[in-house]
Ligand binder design. Structure first.
Ligand SMILES: Cc1ncc(COP(=O)(O)O)c(C=O)c1O
Length: 408
């Protein structure tokens, strides 16, 4: 039986506007990649200050496509933060390369000062993650990969690697669509920025993602867009819409590409979501974050998350609360108590070395003390557009009561 009293963690905002747009897309006679997807790409590009955006069917396929495009293969190494969702590392394994994990800082972002020691002549890419929606220090990372001694270590083994001449930065911005870095929306800070539009994300298309292309010269971002677009359609040089033009049936296949294009039915959801993202979605999420922080920072045991400082502002995706002086067992008991109060919470994330697959590859959690300290006492609180004032107050009360019960 459905418990109507249970506050969910992050349900999507599905209203009549979304239903109408999706219905219009369904009735338009064109349901796969077509005009709505192309319009969605154009609007994201404008929003993110880049010339080219490719919409795809998930963060995972989009990011893996980029590793493929760059020629990442067996024997190569890719650096990722140890504190992330498995997708960040899994795509590296899909390409047969080795995952090099680096510890994080207290704001959950990769510790850039520890990246240098992890770089070897085999390093081909770095995938930083904007955990919870808070951008990492992109400038510091760009400085590092462009440093002469680091560039000299880089051994290009594909045409695109030779053209870039250094380690590629692919930002895992699955959480941070609409986050600000030095006053502008993220997307143009590193080589590629990839968003997720999965059902629980701030902006959803049910499943989906987008790649912001921002390569330096001599790359033409428009040419790279065309190439990636082809690679997202099996390497076929004409998409389905082009093939419907009279007499235009013939096509070629130029590579054994992927199949990860976004459909117009899903782009219809994204177009509605994007249209109200700055005016409705972000202000509401910010309001929820601020209410949690105002209420919880009164307590000595609460470590509330950073969501704004001098150079960046979060997209307010995950409210990553931590409980001071709290063991993992106590954290787990607090979560059970919170659920008893009909409030859904979560933990983001179980660090990669604790997952069976990565454990079996001999990664050891003891090598990442900061991530361990963050994870042990972390609880993510519900944040979603339709959450009511009464629900926010119930979440706060549920957390306070549960912490008092377990820690006292
Ligand atoms: C940090 C991070 N990276 C990547 C992904 C994968 O996104 P998708 O489900 O769109 O492939 C997620 C999804 O939850 C995520 O949280």
């Amino acid at each position: 039986m459905v418990n109507k009293n249970l506050i969910p963690f992050s349900p999507p905002r599905i209203d009549n506007l979304i239903i109408k747009e999706v219905t219009d897309a369904l009735q338009s006679g064109w349901i796969t990649t077509g005009p709505r997807t192309k319009l969605f790409e154009k609007k994201i590009a404008e929003y993110c200050n880049v010339s080219n955006v490719l919409a795809v069917n998930s963060w995972t396929t989009g990011a893996e496509l980029l590793l493929y495009w760059f020629g990442v293969k067996e024997g190569d190494e890719v650096i990722v933060p140890v504190y992330t969702y498995c997708a960040t590392a899994n795509i590296v394994r899909h390409r047969g390369a080795k995952v090099i994990m680096v510890d994080v800082r207290s704001d959950f972002g990769i510790d850039i000062s520890k990246i240098e020691a992890a770089i070897t002549p085999k390093t081909k890419a770095i995938i930083p993650v904007d955990v919870g929606g808070l951008p990492i220090k992109y400038d510091k990372l760009n400085e590092l990969v462009n440093r002469e001694d680091i560039m000299n270590k880089f051994k290009p083994e594909s045409a695109n690697q030779a053209k870039l001449g250094r380690i590629m930065i692919l930002s895992d911005a699955a959480h941070s669509f609409g986050a600000k870095y030095k006053g502008i929306n993220i997307g143009s800070q590193v080589d590629f920025t990839v968003f997720s539009f999965h059902a629980v994300k701030n902006l959803t298309t049910a499943e989906g993602g987008a790649i912001c292309i921002n390569l330096p010269k001599p790359f033409s971002n428009n040419e790279v867009y065309k190439h990636l677009n082809t690679l997202s359609l099996h390497g076929q040089n004409k998409d389905a819409l082009a093939k419907t033009q009279k007499g235009n049936w013939e096509y070629d296949v130029v590579d054994a590409g992927f199949k990860c294009n976004m459909t117009d039915v899903l782009a219809a959801i994204g177009l509605v979501e994007l249209g109200r993202y700055e005016t409705e979605t972000l202000p509401k999420r910010k309001e929820v974050f601020e209410k949690y922080t105002t209420a919880l920072s009164k307590y000595d045991w609460a470590i509330t998350p950073v969501f704004k400082d001098s150079f960046r502002e979060s997209s307010y995706h995950l409210y990553l609360l931590r409980i001071k002086n709290c063991s993992m067992e106590q954290r787990n008991a607090i979560i059970q108590e919170i659920f008893k109060e009909d409030v859904s919470v979560n933990v983001h994330y179980k660090p990669l070395p604790l997952l069976s697959y990565y454990k079996s590859l001999n990664y050891n959690m003891a090598d990442y003390p900061e991530a361990l300290a963050l994870w042990e006492n972390e609880i993510s609180l519900p944040v979603f557009y339709d959450i009511t004032e009464e629900q926010i107050n119930r979440v706060i009360k549920g957390v306070v009561n549960s912490v008092n019960k377990i820690l006292n």
